[in-house]
Design a binder for this molecule. Structure first.
Ligand code: NAD
Length: 449
């Protein structure tokens, strides 16, 4: 455990001591896909946590021992409550109670695709109303470099307290990988940057006591930039394989076979896979936080913009290929019964945010398809802000149902789908994820896309 020099302010030493003794109360603001796994990491490490959310339904659900996130089950919440390690509230006046506040609220894009920091701003305004000396405030939400110092600190200082002297401020980006059983929040090392050395040492001590490792960096800006780099790296590499998929399709070369061959190189190559478009709360959004900042400063983030252009074109490509495949069996999209498999944005999760499936569905409906969907993790189609889709319920993939379809379109390759049965009973399977790679029978029905 780190300690600080004798002349350092007393509140810092109190915080170090309470982290070391686990008497420090950890407040987590935003009880979503990031906040709940973080609470799991801190309660597992022996801390008591208080969760804050403006959505009282979520708070009440948690207090009743019920989770609303697939990979945090009810038993886990019940265990936190039973050992009195967890409380949840929608009352922001209680933000003065915890010693540490970890902010995990959304950072979306607005309608002009510019950063929308309204949730971060309103959270900081709530904190400022009850901020007390000695609290550590850490932003975990993904954002552009300078947000912590230039947006968050001035709002917090409206409390009359001074950042770095009276209270402490750091930035530590979340690196959650939903649906990946190999990584819990506690198992993923965290990058930490802060506005000053004392804040950095406190934040480092806090996270070291709950997660697999801490990588301290010299500033909040480096930590903020490292998170956007991680997501830009994915967006750009996915765009590259998406573009190559379209090229290789024209050359009758199977892009998945190409990638599987290339990844046998033991160095210098990491495999990324094509798909029907980008989804989730991170990869389709976060890169544009940086390109916005670049534009504001008169620069150009060309790789980010180009990757966005290529990735955003994928749903249209999938629909035009689907029209071609149906045409081969004398069917137009209009009037064809098409079932889309998987509306969650990635395999084995229940999160539909930014999923390309919604755009696929909208495009197919516009062309007159008789559309249905199936997703074991999304029983009813949620209302989505940018899409106007009719109410639908997930279809059970019985042999009779599959036989009644003109085509099934695999958009998300959930493990729960029985691909053998899907190929056996369907007339045409359009596979955007190479999910049917291991199916040996009836391969003439499969079209990769
Ligand atoms: N989901 C992921 O896999 C992931 C991974 C890494 C980073 N992130 C980042 O973490 C952040 C949170 O993402 P998420 O997926 O957990 O979002 P989420 O929508 O699942 O959860 C956010 C929660 O914050 C609550 N909230 C909004 N405004 C609030 C306020 N003023 N006070 C209190 N609560 C408020 C919402 O009601 C919601 O429950 C985002 O910046 C995201 O980019 C997400």
């Amino acid at each position: 455990m780190s300690t600080i020099e004798a002349e350092s302010p007393a509140p810092a030493q109190l915080l170090f001591d309470s982290i070391s003794s686990r008497t420090c109360i950890v407040g987590v603001i935003g009880l979503g896909y990031v906040g709940l796994p973080l609470i799991d990491a801190f309660t597992s490490a022996g801390f008591s946590c208080t969760g804050f959310d403006v959505d009282a339904t979520k708070v009440n659900s948690l207090l009743a021992g019920k989770s609303y996130i697939k990979h945090i089950d009810d038993a886990k919440i019940a265990a936190w409550l039973e050992k009195k390690a967890f409380d949840a509230t929608a009352e922001m006046e209680r933000l003065s109670e915890p010693d540490v506040l970890l902010i995990c609220v959304p950072t979306p894009l607005d309608d002009a695709r510019d950063p929308d920091l309204k949730y971060v701003v309103s959270t900081c305004e709530s904190i400022a109303k009850s901020l007390r000396p000695g609290q550590l405030v850490v932003l975990e939400s993904t954002t552009y470099p300078t947000t912590t110092r230039d947006v968050m600190v001035p709002i917090l200082e409206k409390s009359g307290l001074k950042a770095g002297g009276d209270f402490f401020v750091a930035y530590s980006p979340e690196r959650e990988d939903p649906g990946n059983p190999d990584f819990s929040a506690a198992g993923i090392p965290k990058v930490v940057g802060a506005i000053d050395e004392t804040s950095l040492q406190i934040a480092k001590a806090l996270y070291e006591s709950a997660v697999a490792g801490v990588i301290p960096v010299s500033s909040c800006e480096v930590a903020e930039a490292s998170k956007v780099l991680e997501n830009i790296y994915r967006a750009v590499n996915i765009a590259l394989v998406n573009e190559l998929k379209v090229l290789f399709d024209e050359m009758n070369i199977d892009v998945w076979e190409v990638i599987n061959a290339a990844k046998t190189k033991p160095f210098g190559f990491q495999a990324f896979y094509p798909g029907p478009g980008l989804g989730g709360h991170c990869i389709p959004i976060d890169p544009f936080y940086l390109s916005w900042l670049a534009r504001k400063q008169g620069s150009n983030a060309r790789f980010i913009e180009l990757a966005g252009e290529v990735n955003r074109a994928m749903p249209n490509y999938v629909v035009s290929q689907s029209a071609k495949f149906l045409n081969e069996v004398q069917k137009p999209i209009r009037g064809s019964k098409i079932c889309l498999l998987g509306v969650a944005y990635k395999k084995d999760v229940d999160d539909p945010r930014e999923s390309p499936s919604f755009e696929l569905m909208e495009l197919l409906l516009e062309l007159g398809a008789e559309l249905t969907y199936s997703d074991p993790h999304v029983p009813r189609l949620p209302e989505m802000r940018h899409y106007d889709l009719p109410a639908m319920e997930s279809q059970e993939l019985t042999p009779d149902f599959l036989k009644s379809c003109d085509a099934v379109l695999i958009a998300t390759d959930h493990t729960a789908f029985d691909y053998e049965a899907i190929v056996k009973h369907s007339a045409l399977v359009i596979d955007t994820r190479n999910a049917t790679a291991r199916i040996t029978g009836n391969r003439e029905k499969i079209r990769k896309c």
